[in-house]
Every structure is written in structure tokens, then in C-alpha cells.
Ligand binder design. Structure first.
Ligand code: AMP
Length: 237
């Protein structure tokens, strides 16, 4: 037991912990990335959140990005590459990152490979959280986000309780514009169309671990950490 623990610690120190987290909208990537970030002390890089911050800026680019986000469309690659490159080069990603929501297309995959080469880094593991579309749709229909602190909440029963306040800061809980059911359907369709070559490539490289995202948060987290431990010990645990 102590030996396994020691191997794990040595493993974590030896490897730069660069993890990619993939899954459809509503798979629970954000929740799992936050848990991983706390456990391994590495930075959560949330592509959607970076783009939402950019969309708030009173610039032409900000306005254009807002349009893509609100309609559930992919943001043009040049913009996404710029923010990812900037973010992964920051000092807080030095020890490692959990990259949530990127790469999402075959073309982004090629760009990502170049970027990693430039930065002298290598992906350690790719976690693919699998959840059927029907479950994602149901989850996103009850998801609300605090307009004050961005905390994510589930409102049982959906819209009639949407006036509830955030328990953490008292802020108003709102539905993200792209969580409207008609937009979610588009996001899910886009995701499954674009992600296939990305998954196939990571699988060929032996980096991919699939986890069942229908389970409870703690169970999914357990599956993910088990997959990471297996990688750290080269499949010996
Ligand atoms: P998410 O929070 O991951 O569901 O992403 C929210 C939205 O951000 C998506 O519907 C897209 O509009 C945009 N987005 C997120 N990741 C990417 C990406 N890798 N490439 C292009 N657009 C993205």
C-alpha cells in the first residue's frame, strides 16, 4: 500500500501532469476538472469559460465570439488557438494543466500538436467522459449559473424555480443562453460530429481512457483517478 502511494507521488513529481478532458456539453467536465485540479494541484483550463470572458469584452472580437456562443456554434479556430496558446504558456500551467473542451476538431488537434511541440510538452492522459445525449439534454435543462460568482447549480424542476438565489453569494441564478434546449441540441450534434477524429487519434496514441459519465460525481471521479493511477504505474495497479 505504502509502496503504491510512494510510486504515485514519485510519478506525479516526475511527470508534468498535462491532462485533456473531453466530453459532450453536460458531461460534467467542469465539475471533474475542478476536483482533479484540487487533488493534483494543477490548473483547470476551461475553454468555454475563457471564450465567455472574451465575449464580455466590448470589442469587435468580443461581439463576434458572443454571437457564436449564444448560438451554440464553434468559435473560429484562430481565436481559440490564441487563447489556448496564451493560457497554456502561463506560469500557473507550468506544473500541468487539465484542458477542458479542447481540442474538439481534427483541425484543432493538428494545431494542438504543434503547440505542444513549441511548448516542449506532452499529453499525459486523455479522459473521455461518455454520456448519452438524452442525459446531457436533461442535465442542461436544469443547469443554472450564478451571475455573481459563476457557481453552477442544478435547479430541480427547471424554469419555475429559476428565481432561486446562489447559496454562496446570493447572486441571481440564470440559464446560460446556450443552455436553451434548441441550442443544446445543436451543440450536442456538433460535438459528436467533430470529436470522432480527435478521440480516434488519442486512442491510437494509447492516451485515451473512457469513463462512464452517467454515474454520480464521486463515482466518475473515482474512475478518472483510477485511470490516472494506471497510467502512473504503467498499468500495474
Ligand atoms: P462548453 O462550456 O465547453 O460547453 O463550451 C461553450 C461554447 O464555447 C461552445 O458551445 C462553443 O461555442 C465554444 N467552444 C468551447 N470550446 C470550443 C472549441 N474547442 N472550439 C470552438 N469553440 C469552442
Amino acid at each position: 500500500m505504502a509502496e503504491i502511494h510512494r510510486q504515485r507521488l514519485v510519478g506525479i513529481r516526475k511527470h508534468r501532469f498535462d491532462i485533456v478532458l473531453l466530453g459532450p456539453p453536460g458531461a460534467g467536465k467542469g465539475t471533474q476538472a475542478d476536483l482533479l485540479s484540487a487533488k493534483y494541484g494543477i490548473t483547470h483550463v476551461n475553454t468555454g469559460e475563457l471564450l465567455r470572458a472574451l465575449a464580455e469584452e466590448p470589442t469587435q472580437v468580443g461581439e463576434a465570439v458572443r454571437h457564436f456562443l449564444e448560438n451554440g456554434l464553434m468559435v473560429p479556430e484562430g481565436v481559440v488557438t490564441r487563447i489556448i496558446e496564451e493560457r497554456l504558456s502561463s506560469p500557473d500551467c507550468e506544473r500541468g494543466f487539465i484542458l477542458d473542451g479542447y481540442p474538439r476538431t481534427a483541425s484543432q488537434m493538428v494545431t494542438f500538436d504543434h503547440l505542444l511541440q513549441e511548448l516542449g510538452r506532452e499529453v499525459f492522459a486523455v479522459i473521455y467522459i461518455e454520456v448519452p445525449d438524452s442525459v446531457c439534454l436533461a442535465r442542461l435543462s436544469t443547469r443554472r449559473v450564478c451571475s455573481g460568482c459563476s457557481a453552477v447549480k442544478t435547479i430541480p424542476g427547471g424554469s419555475h424555480q429559476s428565481r432561486a438565489a446562489c447559496e454562496r453569494c446570493g447572486g441571481r441564478l440564470i440559464r446560460r443562453p446556450d443552455d436553451r434546449p434548441e441550442v443544446v441540441v445543436r451543440r450536442l450534434a456538433l460535438f459528436s460530429r467533430e470529436i470522432a477524429p480527435v478521440i480516434a487519434k488519442f486512442e491510437r496514441e494509447g492516451l485515451l481512457a473512457r469513463v462512464d459519465g452517467r454515474n454520480r460525481v464521486n463515482d466518475v471521479f473515482e474512475q478518472i483517478t483510477r485511470a490516472i493511477k494506471r497510467k502512473l504505474t504503467n498499468g500495474k495497479s
